[in-house]
Design a protein around this ligand. Structure first.
Ligand code: HEC
Length: 137
């Protein structure tokens, strides 16, 4: 009885840890990031700048400050912020597909590695990917 409880106590948190990945695990593809770059140039670069550094009231979307701002949140938090409020001059005008590609491009610009699958578009899946500023956490 005690043994069963001890095993369950050890295994259940492990299962949760496995279900979650981080932005350092290759969660987007290079082809998707490339598509995102073209979309970004059209819809976002006018304010956030081609190199994603932002300017004036527009924050950066790459670099240490950006990573620190989103540290510990999920990719769904970041994605839904984009989906609901961006581009600031036409909020909600992009499809989830397009925003997912743009987010892939942003991860690439933050030196997070590509993998062999596209970043998903569904909230539930994006919510399982943790955004961490540093690789080892
Ligand atoms: C007309 C100017 C403008 C355009 C175009 C624009 N943004 Fe923004 N963006 C802003 C401003 C200003 C803020 C800060 C206010 C806020 O967070 O809502 C911001 C904030 C953000 C944030 C939150 C950044 C943070 O770290 O808090 C993200 C992410 C973002 N924009 C992504 C995008 C994406 C992706 C696009 C293109 C689809 C885009 N923006 C287009 C002006 C713009």
């Amino acid at each position: 009885m005690i043994r069963t409880i001890l095993i369950a106590a050890a295994v259940i948190p492990m299962a949760f840890a496995l279900a979650e990945s981080s932005v350092w695990d290759g969660v987007y593809s290079s082809a998707q990031a490339k598509r995102g770059q073209a979309l970004y140039a059209k819809a976002c670069a006018s304010c956030h700048r081609e190199n994603l550094e932002g300017h004036g009231p527009t924050p950066s979307l790459a670099g240490e400050e950006f990573r620190d701002r989103w540290d510990g949140q999920t990719l769904d938090d970041l994605f839904e912020k984009m989906q609901a409020t961006m581009p600031a001059d036409h909020p909600g005008s992009l499809s989830r597909e397009d925003n997912s590609a743009i987010l892939a491009f942003m991860l690439q610009a933050n030196e997070m590695p590509a993998g062999d699958r596209d970043l998903p578009t569904e909230s539930e899946t994006l919510a399982k990917i943790r955004f961490t500023a540093a690789k080892s956490k």
